[in-house]
Ligand binder design. Structure first.
Ligand code: ADP
Ligand code: MG
Length: 347
């Protein structure tokens, strides 16, 4: 048994009739780790989280926590905290009563409830709202209260299912840091579900990419983003161009010309290029850079950056992203102009 891990998902499958919502997933979550399950809608994220919580029973496989198989342990005995997209707070009760609720269920003495509720509300900086009824709060405040309620009884694991997806963009981004800070303060093992790649990259120690009920890739954010194991992960994690390549041993060629690249190319069929890694070609560049020539097809101003579509001489379209500095905007706004790009071997 892997004792360094708090939570072990071992060969878990969930079948609904002939449909496989989860297909042989194995994943070890370390004590204190922030693990994100990332995947498109319908990929099986919630189902997997619910097998951890004990609300869904796996068709095959096991959930093991600290060496103990949870098969016969009901949800309320797992001591896992949960936060959902739709807060599921009691709207007519006060903030304090909501946060106290899990402690009352556990028959915690009244004095201790008071101390713990205050501490949990302080953690989310909403102590001053203790006596407010829930239905008088904003969405962001509700989600902080839901968080306080989930951690108030010091659960072994915190499970969160798209907790921020009902919030608007600015608040969502602020809350990403708040949740991560809370995790770091409490050191609590966390499994976080999202379909938002940027959110996953921002918050996680490691990301498990889920596709069609299967584990597509597991790794640290930088690893998943820069070294995706297949085309699905490459495209789901952000903008990219997949250049068709030939690979013979260590030799990679694109359109008959050798490509000089350090990373292991996972698939023999394509080289993934992230748009922000492309540079303008400069005659002083040496053989550490790969050169691509083409014509500007479209330039889109997006505020902070420019998105540029370039048709390479070989006919393939490639995506580039640069800072929207004024001189660059001017230079790239000429549709049909020739352009040469550079990709460094370490990118
Ligand atoms: P996600 O959270 O990634 O959006 P879910 O885990 O909710 O995905 O669902 C994964 C797949 O399993 C979906 O196709 C969904 O329709 C199916 N599914 C989930 N629960 C059930 C159920 N109780 N009965 C039948 N199919 C289900
Ligand atoms: Mg879901």
């Amino acid at each position: 048994m892997d004792t360094a891990s708090d939570l072990n998902i071992s060969r878990v499958s969930k079948h609904y009739g002939i449909f496989r919502a989860l297909n042989d997933i194995s994943l070890s979550i370390k004590a204190g780790e922030f693990m994100t399950l990332l995947g498109p809608s319908g990929s099986g994220k919630t189902t997997l989280l619910m097998t951890l919580a004990g609300f869904v029973r796996p068709t095959r496989g096991h959930i093991i926590s600290k060496g103990k198989d949870l098969a016969t342990v009901p949800p309320h005995k797992r001591n896992f905290g949960m936060v959902f997209q739709h807060y599921s707070l009691f709207p007519h009760l006060t903030v304090a009563a909501n946060v106290a609720y899990p402690l009352k269920l556990r028959r915690t003495p009244r004095a201790e409830i008071e101390t713990r509720v205050r501490r949990a509300l302080d953690l989310v900086q909403l102590g001053y709202l203790a006596d407010r009824p829930i239905d008088k709060l904003s969405g962001g405040q509700k989600q902080r209260i839901a968080l306080a309620r989930a951690v108030v009884y010091e659960p072994d694991v915190l499970l969160m299912d798209e907790p921020l997806s009902a919030l608007d963009k600015n608040l969502r981004e602020a809350m990403q840091f708040e949740i991560r800070n809370l995790h770091d303060k409490l050191g609590i093992t966390t499994v976080y579900v999202t379909h938002d790649q940027r959110e996953a990259l921002t918050m996680s120690d490691r990301i498990a990419v889920i596709n069609n009920g299967k584990l597509a890739q597991l790794g640290a954010p930088e690893e998943i983003y820069n070294f995706p194991s297949d085309a699905f992960v490459a495209e789901f994690l952000g903008e990219s161009t997949l250049l068709p390549i030939d690979q013979q041993g260590a030799q990679i060629t694109y359109a008959g010309r050798p490509i000089n690249i350090d990373r292991k190319v996972a698939s023999a069929r394509f080289l993934m290029v992230r748009p922000e890694k492309l540079d303008f070609w400069d005659e002083s560049f040496d053989s550490n850079y790969n050169r691509f020539d083409g014509l500007i097809r479209q330039t889109v101003f997006q505020g902070d950056t420019l998105q540029i579509r370039i048709e390479l001489d070989q006919g393939q379209e490639i995506l580039m992203r640069r800072s929207a500095r004024r001189d660059i905007v001017e230079r790239l706004s000429q549709k049909g102009a020739a352009i040469s790009l550079a990709l460094h071997r370490s990118d």
